[in-house]
Design a protein around this ligand. Structure first.
Ligand code: ADP
Ligand code: MG
Length: 468
């Protein structure tokens, strides 16, 4: 058992799929061809023999009818000619046999039994005078005699032989044709698979996800499995390419953005290294600047690490109430920005709605929005937040009364490191909104920015609510 399975496995491992398919298809057709030929042979053989038997039976009936008084004579037929019936009459009583006892057709106990009417007629094959013969032995009605009728059967045997040759030839041609067709079918059928494999191998070798598999043009929705597989493969490659490009860009952006603060850090560090040449005031200023820059770089690096994370870790996902999160985040912002008046309006219908999410990450999103709003607000300027129920979603808005976002900046504020010209004077890295949008996307939510009517910026977070 193990031996055959091992063999099968080895066979599967060694041969390419195309060869295996061709072999399997040809084997199947071969088996069918052989079966059909064998069946045809059996039928032809049966029919030829049956024909001969019927011929004999008919001859015997004619003889019985036309020669009623034909006595028990020695047959003069010798079974030497094809298609000439050889006839012999045998009495049930051996004492009535002709003198000399010579007979062309053999006479046995069965022949006497048929003559006596004790046994039904029968056919037998034998050799007479060196020729194959089929004999029919029957009872002569009203007499104690048997009638033996024989015909040479070599015509039938030759016919059977011819049929065997013809069928073998047809079968052999059929098998050759099956092999050729099997090869052709597997070749054409597997051509798309071969293309797919080649592309996959090229990608593996070059590590370049920009390759795509050429898809056959055809009506959409009617593709075969291989085309669908290729489409899926292309989609996957697209996602891979996007992700690789995004990672590369993040690394490039990060190294570019880190250069400036790191240079400033080094300048201050070098300055402090020669602290003996500085006045106390200079030294304090340099130390304070160093501390501030270190904190900035730390924040930047932490933000970058968070941004580089792609998905929310599944074990941390739980049912969270956005109303509770908003209250918590606004409370924290009030502590952080005491001079800003934050308001939070929660629609009672939205107060108890829960959505799946990671609380810490959603809080981070809200904090980023509230920080921006406070940062860009005029002193004391109110920051209004609102949580409402929209069809199939919860909608959370954060609105301030600051300068708002210029129309030309709107498409870019969610980009990494993007900071509007006017915002450069304020502290920040340009990563806050990028992170906020990334968190929103990971939660299946949509974060957009707009210009609030009457001035100021308005950020809108749409969280789809699960259907009950
Ligand atoms: N509430 C707001 N009002 C005006 N401009 C804003 C507001 N929020 C964000 N922006 C613009 O979007 C840019 C990106 O914001 P963000 O990613 O949080 O970076 P950062 O706050 O570090 O500058 C900001 O630099 C600013 O130009
Ligand atoms: Mg910010």
């Amino acid at each position: 058992m193990t031996g055959t399975r091992g063999l099968g496995a080895r066979w599967r491992r060694r041969r390419p799929l195309r060869t295996r398919l061709a072999l399997a298809a040809s084997a199947a057709v071969t088996v069918v061809a052989l079966g059909v030929c064998a069946a045809a042979f059996a039928i032809i053989r049966y029919q030829l023999v049956r024909q001969l038997e019927l011929n004999l039976a008919q001859t015997s009936i004619q003889l019985t009818q036309h020669t009623r008084n034909w006595g028990p004579t020695v047959s003069d037929a010798s079974c030497k000619f094809q298609a000439v019936t050889c006839v012999q009459i045998v009495s049930a009583d051996p004492s009535k046999d002709p003198r000399g006892g010579y007979r062309v057709l053999p006479v046995g106990a069965a022949t006497r039994a048929v003559a006596a009417g004790r046994q039904t007629p029968y056919y037998s094959t034998l050799t007479v005078a060196g020729q194959p013969v089929l004999m029919y032995t029957t009872h002569r009605p009203g007499r104690h005699e048997a009638l033996q009728v024989a015909l040479r059967s070599d015509t039938v045997e030759r016919g059977v032989r011819h049929a065997a040759w013809a069928l073998s030839a047809v079968g052999a041609i059929g098998i050759l044709l099956a092999a050729a067709l099997g090869y052709w079918v597997s070749r054409t059928g597997l051509a798309p698979v071969a293309r797919l494999t080649a592309t996959a191998e090229r990608i593996a070798a070059t590590r370049d996800p920009r390759h795509r598999i050429a898809l056959p043009a055809g009506p959409p929705g009617r593709e075969d499995e291989v085309t669908r597989l290729a489409t899926t493969f292309n989609t996957m490659l697209g996602a891979l390419e996007q992700s690789v490009t995004a990672q590369r860009r993040l690394v490039a952006d990060a190294s570019h953005e880190l250069r400036t603060p790191l240079t400033a850090l080094r300048t201050n560090a070098e300055l402090l290294a020669r602290a003996d040449r500085l006045t106390d005031a200079q030294r304090d200023r340099a130390a304070a600047a160093l501390g501030r820059q270190l904190r900035e770089v730390t924040t930047l690096v932490n933000d970058l690490i968070e941004l580089a994370r792609d998905e929310e870790p599944q074990p941390l996902v739980e049912q969270v109430r956005p109303a509770a999160l908003l209250e918590h985040a606004v409370g924290a912002a009030r502590g952080h920005w005491p001079e800003i008046a934050f308001t939070a309006a929660v629609d009672p219908a939205a107060a108890e709605v829960a959505v799946p999410g990671v609380p810490a990450r959603l809080t981070r999103l809200l904090t980023n929005l509230l920080d921006n709003a406070a940062k860009f607000s005029p002193p004391g300027g109110p920051v209004d937040t609102e949580l409402t129920v929209a069809p199939d979603a919860l909608e959370l808005t954060v609105r301030d009364h600051g300068p708002g976002i210029a129309a030309e900046d709107l498409p870019h504020v969610f980009d990494r490191f993007y900071r509007a010209e006017s915002a450069r004077a304020l502290p920040g890295s340009g990563l806050g909104l990028a992170m906020a949008r990334q968190i929103a996307r990971a939660h299946g939510a949509d974060l957009t920015a707009e210009r609030a009517p009457g001035g100021g910026a308005l950020f809108r977070l749409r969280m789809p609510t699960p259907r009950p």
